[in-house]
Design a binder for this molecule. Sequence first.
Ligand code: SAH
Length: 337
Amino acid sequence: MTLEELRADFAAQGQPAFHALQVYRWLHRGVRSFSEMSDQSKAFRQKLSERYYIAAAEIEQRLVSKLDGTAKYLLRLPDGEHVECVLMEYHHGYSICISSQVGCKMNCSFCATGKSGFSRNLTASEMLSQIQTVQQDQGIRISNVVLMGSGEPFDNYDNVVKFLRLVNDPKGLNISLRNISLSTCGLVPKMRAFADEGLPVTLSISLHAPNDGIRQKIMPVAHAYAIEDVLSACRNYVEKTGRRVVFEYALIKNVNCDVKCAEELARRLRGLQCHVNLIPLNAVKERNLEAPTKQDVQAFLKRLELKNISATVRREMGADIDGACGQLRRKALTEGI
Ligand code: SAH
């Protein structure tokens, strides 16, 4: 709940308004039960636990990479569903990649999450709880958040927007919106709506192809929205927010990674304020797709640079701990924890 919602509900219950702010602060400090709210009376804490619940996630599994310290968590939600999130340490601080849904409906051909189907949306507090749980577990403060875990954030639009407002609240975790990235497969109407929310996060778009033909082969959502419409929504986002967009491009052997594709991509993106993030495919069991060679990746990058498109290859982290989307939850579902 937002502070306003909490205040309104407290007022309706005949509780003084100042209690709402106290309770809100406790919640955003990451308490797991009302009994921890030590400045509240016992009777009031009892009342709270009768009317509300705290969506605190429990750690089911934690895997720490020996290569780079990246930590992958499998978290259990109050109803027994599982989500994954990943903590990464960079020179500028800690960054967490969180999930926005349990599973995903988009079913991209290279992604492990879609393989396990869709279960439900996450609430705003379940997204916050991923951050709080990992912060508490590690005794750290997280400064950057990426909504790039399992799920399609714009398929859970209202909860995601609410989460962004809550996580940015100075009375809450107070994480700057400029330190937050949101990745979408390109749900055009939601991209347009989001441009009007006044939330200056970095918008990333999973493009993965230079044309509709290739994109339709690997992303079912490409049948609903043409690349031109996605790019036009991007231009609108840049115009309205003044922020460049980021394109994610997973390089897949024999599918989208020859230099002809790079040429076509550069032509498409010409004049658009953007950066391209190249992701060598993280080959997923059960998906018949292969990673490109290092030479393929470098040739693709060089061709984009030659055409004056800003681009980098994403550094792989947590390679030894099933760091990519949905891999851990899928293992838990198919092999048991
Ligand atoms: N639904 C959102 C965010 C989730 S995934 C989206 O589509 O953007 C975050 C990124 O990881 C997306 O760009 C997604 O396409 C990419 N991804 C998923 N599986 C991958 C894999 N096996 N290898 C490389 N990138 C992958």
